[in-house]
Structures are given as C-alpha cells and as structure tokens.
Design a protein around this ligand. Sequence first.
Ligand code: UDP
Ligand code: MG
Length: 325
Amino acid sequence: MKTLDAVVPVYNEDAILPELHRRLVEALAGLPCQWRIIYVDDGSRDRTPELLADFASDDPRVAVIHLSRNFGQQLAISAGLAATEADAVVLLDGDLQDPPEVIPLLVDKWEAGYDVVYAVKRDRKEALPKRILFTLFYRILRRLSSVDIPADAGNFSLMDRSVVDVINTMPERDRYVSGLRAYVGGRQVGVEFERAPRYAGQPRQSPLKLIRMATDAFFAFSELPLRLATIMGFVVSGVAFLVLLNVLYQKLISGAAIIGWASTMTSILFLGGIQLIAVGVIGEYIGRIYNEAKGRPAWVVGSSRNLSGRTAEPAGPLHGKRDPA
Ligand code: UDP
Ligand code: MG
C-alpha cells in the first residue's frame, strides 16, 4: 500500500486543532493509503503543544515537530517536509481554510500520474483588501518570475516523494515553498477548490509576515528589479541627453537666456530618488546574499514526537532541561 504524509504548520491554533484533527483523520481514513500526520508546532504559546501531545500519544500515526521558537509558516512547512518519508506528501494550513475533504481529489490526480497536484482557490473568503492584494501578488509574481508559478495556488497541494526530495535539497533560507514547488517542474496540475473562511480566530500571518513572504517570493524568483534599475538608468540618461541638446541649442543658436531653477531642482530630486531606489533594490539582494552566506540553519527543532528515522533537519533537537510538552 502507498504511504501518504500530511504536513500541517500550526501557530497558536488551540481553538481549531480538535476540529482540524477530527476532519483530517476522517479524510485520510477514507483513502487507500497508509497515512501519517506531521504537525509542525511553530513555537506556539497557547495550548497547541499540549493538544498535539495528546494526539500523538493517542495515535502513533501522528507525529509532532516542535520548533524551538516561531520561525514563520514557510520554514515550519519546510521542517515538516524534511521529516516526511511517505510516497506522497500533502501540505495544508492548520486553520481549516484548506478543507481536508479536498485531499482525496488531490490523491486521485497523483494516482493518475502527476508529480504535483496544487489546489487552486476558486474564491477567497477574506476581507476585500486582502483579497485584492493576494490577487495582485500572484499576478505580479507570475509576470516577474522566470519560473511558471501558478496563480492562486498556495501551500495546499500534494507532492510526490521525488518532488519533496528535490525541495529538501534546496539550501536557501528565504523559502517560498509554492515557488520552490513550481521550480521543480515535472507533471503538475491544478485542482480548483472553494477556500473556506478561517475556522476560528484571527490570521496568524500578520500583515508584516505576509509582506515578508511576498518580498521573499519576488526577490527569490526574479532578477527583474535589478534589471529595472538598469532600464531606468537608460531611460533617464536618454531624457537627460535630449535636455542637453535643448540647452545647447538655446545657448548657442537661439541665444535665449536660460532660467532654470525649477527644472534643475526637479531633475536633481528625480535623479536622487531613482538612485536611492536603485541602491535599495541592490541592497535587498545583498541582504539576501548575506543571509544565505551566513549559512545558519533555517530552523531549529526543539523536540519531536513519534518521528522515527528521518529527523527534521537541519538542526536540533535541543537538549535543555525543559517541559517536553
Ligand atoms: N502559521 C505558522 N507560523 C506562523 C504563522 C502562521 O505556522 O508564524 C500557520 C497557521 O497556524 C496556519 C497557517 O500557517 O495553520 C496559515 O496561517 P494563517 O491562516 O494565519 O495565514 P493566511 O490564511 O493569512 O495565509
Ligand atoms: Mg488562514
């Protein structure tokens, strides 16, 4: 029988976990697969660790990775992926926005021979501004990226073992998993689904974390911002050259006096602005190169439960005296 691991990142989700676990187990139990669930506790400070400990002690098929602190959703997912061993891996959010009932549809496509089956959000149950921003994000990313990253496809997906193995070899620390998944290529297919509203509570991804994820995606999958600096340079130089011709004409031929304070100021400010933007763009890439060059482990595992064999690389578990819950 084929094996399937479900990886779920959770951060302060104690209000949702019992319902999530019930529905997830029910969905997995209906599959012709031997399954496991790997919950990745991303440094929760509510009762999430206790609840997960209960699930794990009730059922050996439930494994838990406790990260040593909050590392963010994308790294929590990466830690879970690193710990999987199954023939296929399903990723889903822990707030029931990705309904577990869709998993059988993903598995069907996998059994039909696809390497990656990503779930495409048909419509979003979010506040309007967030919906607009997300729609823009996916469209801009598609335009910028050299990789064909499908629009409206987030974490919710199924990946074949071979794809997960490739992602696990990718050493980068700023990880946008949906992008890495697209990068691998192979036979990929989308399945539409209705995204549910969050089951309870407020989003755990703060606006700042979402912006961080969006910039990670843009800068990791595109060099266009760098090229844009060059393009702006050429455009501005071209315009400056035309202005210069005009100045020479006025001075040498028409002999008219040049009153130029406003135009001088405008061009100085305009050029200054463009230069600062260009320096900022370069700085963004340098910051990211620095981050990679430091080579720190992208996440640290505090402890884990019911994980055998493969551990959640790259670092940990920690061995301090602490309450293992
Ligand atoms: N999450 C996480 N670490 C974080 C923030 C969120 O593991 O730092 C988890 C969260 O518990 C949930 C999933 O990632 O299971 C999606 O988070 P959320 O619903 O807040 O994100 P959004 O729906 O806004 O994308
Ligand atoms: Mg959510």
